[in-house]
Design a protein around this ligand. Structure first.
Ligand code: BES
Ligand code: MN
Ligand code: MN
Length: 464
């Protein structure tokens, strides 16, 4: 991999400039007003595939945004790596909290990234991380050192639930035939504490609507006489956790796989400072389910959170009114073996049941997905571990993450393939938040590490 690494060093500036161009395209999948820019981003990516020398490049149309496909098959008898990532990004709002415009990338130094970080929506999630794979493959191809076949499948709807990718995967099993799926869309513990993500949580997402009277009412004439949907919703939400921080929905924990004491002790070895955690978030104290650590609460335990709540008068000054309706968006993060449809059904049943007769409730399900875990004794994991050891000089720690990439469970079910999650972002990189960024160290370390994965994956496949 000498020539590959030399190529990367020589082309470092160009790689960064190309990422900057990609980050300038506002490919916000959730907001229909960005429709043409999301489509442009797919075309731009297909062109990048062409530039690095991939074959069979295709912009695969779906009922939503396209999936960009490309491959390099050097020898059918060699193992094949299927790279997955997404070119869509989260909405940038609230815009005024950004210190520089979200789609005008700039490089700034931070305490955590003294070598600089690139600030832009999608810098870490996932354009910056997905682009590392293009550049790593470019470097291997240009140096004649690509050890495996490679297929790229980059979608434009990850941030809105990957609904059309699920259909695409089911309909294109032959095209997607591979030995392993490789994804960089997660994080690692710290720049000097490399880690490989071995688990993702599942998700069940619902929107609730509580209706009281059929119109908004004068709060003096009617206050105290009719149900106020906002008061009622607040009480209903408050009742969804018990005094131990457990989710109070009957059946919610029925299928949860509990970790053994040994597994929990193993997990607790990962470095974690409660003090630094609180300090970074300006908190006096953390909270969560009793008898579990913060790391556990955020990875191996299921949770329920209100993501948004609205209703009534929120304009200037005071308006004395009882609103007719109140709303909330609620996410439940799931762990193995919880089933998202079943959890949504349990929630819906329970929410209807606890509603007083004075209101009507409506529960609208949104997207969801199953949790996924990766074994650490597989060839794929070993190859990743060896690759990190080579580039970071130390073995990575296996860590289960709290985030979700619902398509990973589907890859396993439909394609029978395990996914290796080689994430290079940091939790402090502010993904989905204002001032999202990605460390230059992380970007280049990713490009440096990925080729070693290919090398060791090939070697371990022929000689396990
Ligand atoms: N890349 C993230 C997921 C992630 C980030 C996992 C960091 C682990 C560590 C992904 O783009 C994402 O945001 N997923 C959504 C779910 C999706 C269905 C919208 C999430 O986790 O909220
Ligand atoms: Mn992502
Ligand atoms: Mn995301």
């Amino acid at each position: 991999m000498k020539n590959t690494q030399n190529f990367i060093s020589k082309q470092a500036d160009r790689f960064l400039n190309e990422l900057i161009i990609l980050l300038k395209i506002p490919s916000v999948s959730a907001d229909p007003s960005y429709k043409s820019q999301v489509t442009d981003c797919a075309k731009h990516l297909a062109n990048s595939f062409k530039e690095i020398g991939l074959d069979k490049i295709e912009i695969c149309q779906t009922a939503g945004y396209p999936i960009v496909y490309g491959e390099k098959i050097i020898d059918p008898s060699l193992p094949t790596v299927l790279v997955y990532g997404h070119y869509d990004v989260q909405p940038a709002d609230p815009i005024d909290l950004w210190t520089s415009p979200p789609f005008e990338p700039v490089i700034k130094k931070t305490v955590i990234h003294p070598a600089g970080a690139i600030f832009a929506r999608g810098a870490c999630d996932d354009k910056g991380q997905m682009f590392m794979h293009l550049k790593a493959v470019e470097a291997m191809l240009s140096s004649g050192e690509l050890p495996c076949n490679v297929k790229f499948m980059i979608e434009g709807e990850e941030e809105v639930g990957s609904g059309n990718l699920a259909i695409f995967v089911k309909e294109n099993k032959e095209k997607l035939k591979a030995d392993i799926i490789l994804v960089s869309d997660t994080g690692m513990l710290a720049n000097d504490v490399p880690s490989v993500t071995t688990g993702l949580r599942g998700l069940s997402y619902v929107e609730v609507e509580v209706t009281g009277p059929n119109r908004d009412l004068h709060s003096g004439l009617y206050g105290g006489c009719v149900a106020n949907p906002i008061n009622v919703l607040a009480e209903m939400i408050a009742s969804l956790h018990d005094e131990n921080g457990k989710v109070n929905i009957p059946g919610f924990y029925d299928r949860v796989v509990e970790l053994t004491d040994t597994e929990r002790q193993e997990m607790a070895k990962a470095p974690f400072s409660h003090e630094a955690y609180c300090k970074a978030l300006d908190l006096k104290e953390t909270m969560g389910e009793a008898n579990y650590s913060t790391m556990e609460r955020g990875s191996i335990r299921p949770t329920l959170d209100v993501n948004g709540i609205w209703g009534g008068y929120i304009g200037e000054g005071a308006k004395t009114v009882i609103a007719s309706k109140a709303f909330a968006k609620i996410s439940m993060r799931l762990v193995p073996d919880q089933n998202p449809e079943e959890i949504t059904a349990l929630f819906t049943h329970h929410f209807n049941k606890i509603a007083p007769n004075s209101v009507r409730v409506l529960v609208k399900p949104h997207h969801g997905g199953e949790a996924a875990v990766t074994p650490i004794d597989s060839i794929g994991y070993k190859a990743a571990s060896m690759a990190y050891e080579k580039s970071f000089g130390k073995k990575p720690i296996p860590v289960r993450s709290g985030g979700s990439i619902p398509i990973v469970a589907l890859f396993e079910r439909e394609l029978g393939l395990k996914t290796i999650l080689m994430g290079f972002g940091l939790d402090s990189d502010a993904i989905h938040s204002p001032n999202e960024h990605f460390g230059l160290f992380n970007f280049y370390k990713g490009i440096e590490t990925i080729p070693y994965f290919y090398k060791y994956f090939k070697e371990l496949n022929s000689n396990p």
